[in-house]
Design a protein around this ligand. Structure first.
Ligand code: SF4
Length: 228
């Protein structure tokens, strides 16, 4: 399907979803088929269009205090996608996700399962930094939700790794604590989702690294199984 037609299609789906949202519908159980996944060039084009839209976004008050938007980065064809909560100070300055100490730890975690940052995709639930690194508010996450859903729909990873409470709870639409969510695979619209502790939390609580390693081993095994 040519890029223009695919963009039109995504625009129509977006409007339809906004219509459902206005009716109070909170989620749709959409199962994507392999043949619906766009080739790499189309994925890059669509992500670039979406990134430009995010850069202009003023849908929530976080646009007033951000230095830049942090869209996400990585392989558009990634089999594994990490989703954190929100940009912090250095992410806001550099416009890139997971830089600084927590980012370094995430890079090490990715390496530990035999991958590099360039081979995965890394994004966040909200694209603008909450002031003073406070937690993102529910209404901010709701305002930003559509961008993330479009990102996931374009990339179509085999596995999503939700980093931290807010990411896991928003993606799984639950209030269960991260300690109950981590350690097993959940379903996110036909994609396997593993929740685990946020790298910033691990910096404060290094004794939890063992749990994260257990979660990562499950992700690695699942990726290996998928490529056989
Ligand atoms: S956080 Fe998301 S919804 Fe809010 S201004 Fe930034 S891009 Fe827009």
């Amino acid at each position: 399907m040519p890029v223009d037609n695919l963009s039109d299609l995504i625009e129509k789906v977006k409007r339809q979803l906004q219509y459902f949202q206005s009716l109070g519908v909170e989620g749709l159980n959409i199962q994507w088929q392999k043949e619906q996944i766009a080739p790499v060039s189309q994925k890059s084009e669509l992500l670039s269009q979406l990134q430009q839209e995010v850069a202009r976004c003023q849908k929530c008050p976080l646009h007033l205090t951000r230095k830049t938007t942090v869209f996400g980065e990585g392989d558009v064809n990634a089999r594994l996608m990490f989703i954190g909560e929100a940009p912090g100070y250095w992410e806001d300055v550099q416009g890139r996700p997971f830089v600084g100490q927590a980012g370094k730890l995430l890079t090490d975690i990715i390496k530990a399962i035999g991958l590099s940052r360039e081979e995965v995709y890394i994004g966040n639930i909200v694209k603008c930094r909450p002031p003073e690194n406070r937690n993102p508010k529910l209404e901010e996450m709701e305002s930003c939700r559509d961008y993330l859903h479009q990102q996931i729909a374009i990339i179509r990873p085999e596995i999503i790794c939700a980093l931290g409470t807010f990411s896991a709870q928003r993606l799984l639409n639950t209030k269960l604590p991260i300690s109950r969510l981590r350690g097993k695979f959940w379903d996110y619209q036909g994609i396997k989702l593993m929740a685990t502790f946020h790298p910033a939390f691990l910096l404060r609580s290094p004794y939890k690294k063992r749990d994260v390693w257990e979660d990562m081993k499950k992700i690695k095994a699942c990726l290996q199984q998928g490529s056989q």
